[in-house]
Design a binder for this molecule. Structure first.
Ligand code: DGI
Ligand code: FE
Ligand code: FE
Ligand code: FE
Length: 185
């Protein structure tokens, strides 16, 4: 378990409900790390940190991205996509966490990326299936996660993409590229 001080610091960034979600992602990430042979400590740490900036005002998220030259094409898309990349750039100064694998898993937890690492996959999938999650199809994704990280993640991205289509929202191109890449992982 990461130290109490770091736990408290993350907790202080978010409302109670998001903290429960974070604890759920930590629990699921540990289970998936054991199941698929990833570093459990790193999976748990990335899960703890993944939504660090989720409740920051969007202008603060945007400023963090700009200050670190990390905005890329993100500002052309929904603000819902900014919190992972923003966390990845602010966490070293905010928390002292500098592990590049952990920061990458945080950075890519919403969209995925084309060559997802084992750790990226575990954090992204844990975010979908943690025990508090309840959306149509989540149990199917949990079932797939018993055996295949990739099949479960494709189902996760499919549910996000369907939801966005339903709402008439833009789909971030990297989300589609990640989903397609996972089909032949
Ligand atoms: O932060 P969480 O709620 O735990 O989960 P998340 O980081 O995976 O997703 C955050 C939000 O981002 C979610 O409401 C759906 C949205 N989202 C995910 N992928 C895309 C997206 N929004 C757009 N516009 N395009 C995407 O590709
Ligand atoms: Fe998130
Ligand atoms: Fe996610
Ligand atoms: Fe999350």
């Amino acid at each position: 378990m990461p130290n109490d001080q770091l736990m408290e610091q993350v907790k202080s960034q978010m409302p109670a409900k998001r903290w429960s979600h974070t604890l759920g992602v930590m629990e699921s990430a540990c289970i998936l790390a054991e199941r698929f042979g990833a570093d459990r400590e790193k999976a748990e740490l990335a899960a703890l940190l993944h939504d660090y900036c989720k409740y920051w005002p969007v202008n603060k998220q945007k400023q963090a991205l700009l200050d670190h030259d990390a905005a890329g094409d993100l500002l052309d898309y929904e603000a819902a996509l900014w919190h992972g990349p923003a966390a990845a750039v602010v966490l070293p100064a905010e928390t002292g966490v500098t592990d590049a694998e952990v920061l990458d898993a945080v950075r890519w937890h919403t969209s995925g990326r084309e060559q997802m690492t084992l750790l990226d996959k575990i954090v992204c999938l844990a975010d979908y299936i943690e025990p508090n999650r309840d959306f149509p199809g989540v149990n199917k994704i949990r079932q797939l996660a018993e055996h295949s990280l990739e099949k479960a993640l494709v189902a996760g991205f499919d549910s996000t993409i369907s939801f966005l289509l339903e709402k008439g929202q833009p789909i971030y191109p990297l989300t589609v590229l990640s989903r397609n890449a996972l089909l032949h992982d």
